[in-house]
Design a binder for this molecule. Structure first.
Ligand SMILES: [Zn+2]
Ligand SMILES: [Zn+2]
Length: 286
């Protein structure tokens, strides 16, 4: 068998089979066979195991176009995406809701977008405000359509016409009409926050470094934030230091691909470090 170049590269970089399979979009079995083919030992250490069900959630998703996240993990008999962590089963929908809102969903958690298999935290709602979605239509006590009050409440929550239509089983055109009457501005679909993209696209590396697994602009890790492409290193630096970097933010730790905020230096930090060295060496020379 021939080993794909990207798989070979990840194998040689010391990643585990599971991580490589997820990243390269191939089966676990094919990675294991590729490892044997290249005569490489089993990976160990390096990548930390999941520290929480939320960690595990991020390991079981695959970003796709339109800011959706496809679930790559297990589904139970009812088709609900689930994961197993420390002897407990968790619903990926509930975890996603918790990640986005910081609290447990009230009632049921369900997908509000139309992308098959999506578990994106921004695309999961709960039944606190509204009735359950289409496939639960037969449930007892379920009204056929949303009331105007329900629609207005969801409009004010920032849902799109289509999302509200899906949730309330009502025509998005009716929602659009009420939106105009209530003068609620149209919404753009909820995008992932920087923190969510960070959690999704970073991996710890031996030596306390962090590696970027997401997209790049040129050779710089990049994400889309509020519709703009921004540098991951600049954003991470600013979040840690509370100020934007002066000049480029680059790893000062010796690990070239590093994006760990604590390992990033800007011109101001580099100059301070240099003058500190100069002062030490001048003092020694005197
Ligand atoms: Zn989605
Ligand atoms: Zn580092």
């Amino acid at each position: 068998m021939t080993v794909r170049a990207d798989v070979a590269e990840l194998l040689r970089a010391g990643y585990g089979d599971r991580t490589i399979a997820r990243q390269a979009g191939v089966t676990l079995g094919s990675v294991t066979r590729a490892r044997a083919e290249l005569g490489l030992p089993k990976a160990r250490g390096g990548i930390k195991g999941a520290g929480s069900p939320e960690d595990l959630f991020w390991q079981r998703v695959k970003p796709v176009d339109g800011d959706h996240l496809e679930w790559t993990g297990h589904r139970n008999g009812k088709g609900t995406p689930t994961l197993h962590w420390k002897r407990d089963n968790y619903s990926a929908y509930r975890l996603a809701f918790q990640i986005r809102h910081g609290h447990e969903p009230k009632g049921y958690a369900f997908v509000t977008c139309e992308h098959e298999g999506c578990v994106a935290p921004g695309h999961i709602g709960d039944s606190a405000v509204t009735a359950r979605p289409a496939h639960h239509r037969g449930a007892i006590g379920r009204k056929p359509n949303g009331t105007r009050e329900e629609i207005v409440a969801l409009l004010k929550e920032g849902l799109s016409d289509k999302q509200i239509g899906n949730r309330l089983r009502t025509n998005p055109k009716r929602v659009s009409k009420i939106r105009a009457e209530e003068q609620v501005p149209a919404v753009v679909p909820v995008a992932l926050t920087f923190a969510e993209q960070w959690a999704m696209h970073t991996e710890p590396v031996d030596g306390g470094h962090v590696r970027w697994t997401g997209r790049f602009r040129g050779d710089s890790p990049a994400v889309t934030d509020a519709g703009r492409t921004i540098s991951v290193r600049r954003a991470a630096f600013e979040r840690l230091h509370g100020r934007p970097p002066v000049g480029p933010a680059a790893p000062g730790c010796g690990y070239g691909p590093c994006v760990r905020p604590e390992h990033l230096e800007d011109r101001a930090i580099r100059q301070r470090t240099n003058s500190l060295y100069d002062a030490i060496f001048r003092a020694e020379a005197a």
